[in-house]
Design a protein around this ligand. Structure first.
Ligand code: SF4
Length: 220
């Protein structure tokens, strides 16, 4: 079952009958809420969790909800989210403002857990929905591409591991920024790659602060 509160939505899309795309963002979200495309593969059933608003400036392209998010319907409401907000210099209020931040995982529903942690995002999800949602987010100024599955989709022209892509972050700066997953399970990666927190993160915080400063009215 998909609870209405599992989606943090902006309902007042500005699409007119004469503009493209024809279907409004809110109508598209209703379609996603009703999606059962890969339900037979979801051990806990469909519950799409995303946050989108047509005015969003910052896109966080992630992996898929985990069990806790599946239960709460609130994305990144955990230690990973705390670290991600710290990397960006965003408060919870800013992070959960769909006029400022869009949270779009590669799989919208919790895929379940395998032998070594959460399973990958369901492969049916991105082809079905990503392009449709992204085409309605026309105000984005930066896309943060978190982890291997989002990087395979959003940075498909760039070959390399997560470490290689993040190390080469200046190549796609300032519009696309590859990031490792902020999970505590990546503490060792962070320890082995100190340049990430001494070089990339300060630049990222300044970039996000610029976006906030340039458009405060849209954020609040
Ligand atoms: S994971 Fe995506 S494709 Fe599968 S049921 Fe959920 S919304 Fe639909």
């Amino acid at each position: 079952m998909v609870a209405a509160d599992s989606l943090r939505l902006q309902r007042n899309s500005s699409a007119s009958p004469h503009s493209r795309p024809v279907k409004s963002l809110s109508a598209l979200i209703s379609d996603i809420q009703a999606c059962r495309l890969c339900a037979e593969h979801l051990p806990h059933g469909p519950r799409p969790v995303l946050q989108v608003g047509a005015q969003a400036r910052i896109l966080i392209a992630g992996q898929a909800p985990g069990r806790k998010v599946h239960e709460s319907g609130v994305p990144f409401d955990d230690a990973s989210g705390d670290r991600l907000r710290s990397w960006l210099g965003l408060s919870r209020e800013q992070f959960y403002n769909p006029k400022l931040v869009a949270l779009l995982p590669m799989g919208f529903c919790y895929p379940g857990t395998g032998k070594s942690g959460d399973l990958p995002p369901r492969p049916e999800c991105a082809p079905a929905w990503q392009r449709q949602v992204l085409s309605r987010l026309g105000k984005l100024q930066i896309t943060l591409v978190v982890g291997q599955y989002a990087q395979a989709y959003h940075m498909r022209s760039e070959a390399g591991s997560v470490t290689e892509l993040v190390l080469a972050w200046r190549k796609s700066w300032p519009h696309i920024v590859p990031l490792p997953h902020p999970s505590p399970r990546n503490n060792l990666w962070l320890k082995r790659n100190p340049w990430f927190e001494t070089e990339l993160i300060p630049a990222l915080r300044m970039r996000v602060a610029d976006i906030l400063g340039n458009d405060r009215q849209a954020a609040y």
